[in-house]
Design a binder for this molecule. Structure first.
Ligand code: C5P
Length: 224
């Protein structure tokens, strides 16, 4: 039987990662945090002093030399390595998020990352979160979700996440940065952030992670 695929897309800070990990854990499926790939790629390139907005040839050349690996432990903690060097914490800043959003406009980078992302399809199944999981990378997914939430709620959640990781940030700045990133992600021409036609929309603004998970679990149990 083909591995099942569940996609969870949506804007930054909507809770995709938390919910996707809960679903993957519940079903015993593999998990892909596609945003981490964009962040790792962007940071690795910028550490090589490559201008993400200009040096298209250098981007292409260097992409082929990068190997990005994830390790997940039983508690849902993810570690990310680029060419065997740990990137886990340093990709979580808003600065890197912004760089990720720049590289995300590059068609070659997206194509290369698509190949990497599809390698995560493994039996019995995969839960993938990102921006274009349901519309593009895993268009054939068995069930697709698109999460939304107000920008204030998303910024609050992001602030708490960053605090937990020991990274300082402030709410007004985060709101500003999330709005800029939403704009870049929804307005880009290649794989913009939009719900797939067959995606189930879930507004998470007023619900806890456990409540959102229960709603999604019910739909997954019925459809998978
Ligand atoms: O999900 P996360 O906030 O880590 O993603 C960082 C950036 O990477 C996004 O703002 C977006 O520009 C890009 N991205 C993307 N497609 C994905 C995942 C992330 O374009 N599937």
């Amino acid at each position: 039987m083909n591995p099942k695929i569940i996609t969870i897309d949506g804007p930054s800070g909507v809770g995709k990662g938390t919910i996707a990990l809960m679903v993957a854990d519940y079903l015993g499926y593999n998990y892909l945090d596609s945003g981490s790939l964009y962040r790792s790629l962007a940071l690795a390139l910028s550490e090589k002093k490559i201008d993400l907005t200009k040096d298209i040839d250098d981007i292409e050349k260097n992409i082929n030399e990068l190997e990005i690996d994830f390790k997940y432990d039983k508690n849902g903690k993810t570690s990310i390595f680029v060419n065997k060097i740990e990137f886990t914490k340093k990709i979580r800043t808003e600065k890197v998020a912004k760089m990720a959003s720049q590289i995300a406009k590059n068609a070659k980078a997206r194509k290369m990352l698509e190949v990497v992302q599809r390698r995560y399809i493994k039996a019995p199944g995969l839960v993938a979160d990102g921006r274009d999981m349901g519309t593009k990378v895993f268009n054939e997914a068995n069930i697709k979700f698109f999460l939304t939430a107000s920008v204030e709620k998303r910024a609050e959640r992001r602030l708490n996440q960053l605090k937990d990781q020991g990274i300082s940030a402030n709410l007004p700045n985060l709101i500003h940065e999330l709005l800029l990133r939403d704009k870049a992600d929804t307005e880009r021409t290649i794989s913009p952030l939009v719900p797939a036609n067959d995606a189930i929309l879930v507004d998470t603004s007023e619900f806890s992670a456990a409540e959102v998970f229960n709603k999604i679990k019910e739909l997954v149990d019925k459809n998978i």
